[in-house]
Write a protein that binds this ligand. Structure first.
Ligand code: PEP
Ligand code: MN
Length: 252
C-alpha cells in the first residue's frame, strides 16, 4: 500500500464497530478536519461472547462505502470468515484479519488470492515468528501486500487488557520485511492510556498507527472503554507530529 512506507506513519482511525451512519459522519468529519486518510470500522465483529453486538454486516459495509464516497477516505474493515470474503473485498480498500483469525489458514490463503492490502493482526498468544509465518500463507498465494499489526499480547498483567509488545515490534523491524502497524487501543483497553502509548509507538518509527475513536465512547456497542472521543483524538493526533519528525517520518 502506497502510503505505508519508510517516510510516513499512517494513522488509521475509526470506531471499533460501524453502528450507524450518524456515528460515522461524526467520526469522518473529525478525520477530515485533521487530515487522516484511513477510516477503520468493523462490520463483522469477532466477539468473545455471542450475546454482544456482532456488527451490522453488509449494511455496515455500505455505510463505510458511503463515507469513502463522501469524504475520500480509504476503508479498512475486518473479514472474519471466508464465507464473507468476496463481500468484504468488494467494499474494503484494506482487508483486516483479526487477532482471533491469525491461525485461520483458509482465511489467510484466500486473502492471498486478493489484489488488496491485507492487515494481519497478531494473535495475543502468538510469537512474532508465528505472525510472520501466518503472513507467509498470504504471500505464498501471490499477494505480497501485507501489513503486520501488533495489538497486544496476553501476559500475567491484568491491570490492562493486553500488553503492547514493543520489543516484538523492534524484532519485526529487524527481521521481517513487512510494514508495521501498531494498535495501542486493543492492547491497553482503556482510553486514558492510549495517547501516551500512541506517542511511544510513533517514536518507534513505525509505518502505521491504528486507533479506535467514537463520538460517544461510553455508548459504544463494543470496546467502549478504550475508544477516544473526538477531542482527545484531535489532541493526540497533533501531538504525534513532532515525534514522527524526530524519527524522520510524517504523520498522515
Ligand atoms: C479490531 O481491530 O476491531 C479487533 C477486533 O481487534 P483484534 O482482532 O486485534 O482483537
Ligand atoms: Mn475493537
Amino acid at each position: 500500500m502506497l502510503d505505508f512506507n519508510s517516510s510516513n506513519t499512517v494513522v488509521v482511525a475509526g470506531p471499533c464497530a460501524v453502528e450507524s451512519e450518524e456515528q460515522m459522519i461524526m467520526v469522518c468529519e473529525t478525520l477530515k478536519a485533521v487530515g487522516v486518510k484511513y477510516l477503520r470500522g468493523g462490520c463483522f465483529k469477532p466477539r468473545t461472547s455471542p450475546h454482544t453486538f456482532r456488527g451490522l454486516g453488509e449494511e455496515g459495509l455500505k455505510i463505510m462505502a458511503s463515507m469513502r464516497e463522501r469524504y475520500g477516505l480509504k476503508i479498512v474493515t475486518e473479514v472474519r470468515d471466508t464465507k464473507h470474503l468476496d463481500l468484504v473485498a468488494q467494499y474494503a480498500d484494506i482487508v483486516q484479519i483479526g487477532a482471533k483469525s491469525m491461525y485461520d489458514n483458509d482465511l489467510l490463503l484466500a486473502c492471498g488470492e486478493l489484489k488488496k492490502t491485507i492487515v494481519l493482526k497478531r494473535n495475543f498468544a502468538a510469537t512474532v515468528k508465528e505472525l510472520v509465518s501466518a503472513a507467509e500463507f498470504i504471500t505464498m498465494q501471490g499477494n505480497d501486500d501485507v501489513i503486520l499489526c501488533e495489538r497486544g499480547i496476553r501476559s500475567f498483567e491484568s491491570g490492562t487488557r493486553f500488553t503492547l509488545d514493543l520489543c516484538g515490534v523492534a524484532w519485526l523491524k529487524k527481521n521481517a520485511n513487512f510494514p508495521i502497524l501498531l494498535d495501542p487501543s486493543h492492547a491497553m483497553g482503556y482510553s486514558y492510556g492510549i495517547p501516551d502509548l500512541a506517542r511511544a509507538c510513533v517514536a518507534m518509527g513505525i509505518d502505521g498507527l491504528m486507533v479506535e475513536i467514537h463520538p460517544e465512547p461510553e455508548k459504544a456497542l463494543s470496546d467502549a472503554s478504550q475508544q477516544l472521543n473526538m477531542e482527545s483524538f484531535r489532541m493526540m493526533y497533533e501531538s504525534l507530529k513532532p515525534i514522527a519528525k524526530a524519527v524522520n517520518r510524517n504523520i498522515i
